[in-house]
Design a protein around this ligand. Sequence first.
Ligand code: 4G1
Length: 252
Amino acid sequence: TGIPNGMGFTVLTLFPELITSFFNHGIIGRAMEKKLIVGDTINIRDFTLDRHKSVDDKPYGGGCGMVMTPEPLFRAIDEARSRRGNARVLLMSPQGKPFDQSRAREFAAAGENLIFVCGRYEGIDERVYHGEVDEEISIGDYVMTGGELAAMVIVDAVTRLLPGVLGGESSAELDSFENHRLEHAHYTRPFEFEGMTVPEVLLSGNHGEIEKWRRSSSLKRTFIKRPDLFHKETLSAEEKACLKIWCRELEA
Ligand SMILES: Cc1cccc(C(=O)NCC2(NC(=O)c3cccc4nocc34)CCCC2)c1
């Protein structure tokens, strides 16, 4: 990424502890320790100047709920920009462009430092969007109480794609979502559990047959659980044959 100490993620939020906890656990925590990423938070409330440290106010035009005021947000974004050059300001918002795996790959490849603005209340003053935000991103169409989870989703999905983050144990390149297919079924010990056993082929040591079984398992599960993914990638001849055989077996 050309940045001395890894890709930077700065999250602007009213609840920094939510984010620091996420930064300090698991694969993300290890990437932090290895300096593959530099994750930090900025508490928007630290950039208020009034005695009450207020970050929200009543909406012009009336109505219920509160809106986050522009001044603290502008100051917090400027502080974030000053920490690392070459940064992109992303507003987490239900009106944003939908985030997906291809977007995660783009961010990981670009290696730009990312600054996340997380809203609370009914949202942020529109002038912050027009003045300071490079891009608005949404993680999905549902109502939430804040944008922090969206920031964590994006940091998680992007970090795991960075070189050196995923050790040998699993590699991002082989991700099932790379080819719009769900993962094959996973099994581990014990061989028998609650009367259910493991498909024998997985214990055969025959890697050709095992790969064939896994491709078939992934195909069947995608067909059953997420047929919509098929529209993103056409079926290979082998996949069509596998589905035909499987459907015949089901009819039999
Ligand atoms: C469909 C719909 C319509 C109207 C409001 C809301 C809603 O949830 N409004 C509340 C807030 N939502 C989000 O920030 C948020 C929500 C969802 C995905 C996201 N991806 O990034 C940030 C996201 C905005 C300010 C405080 C939280 C949702």
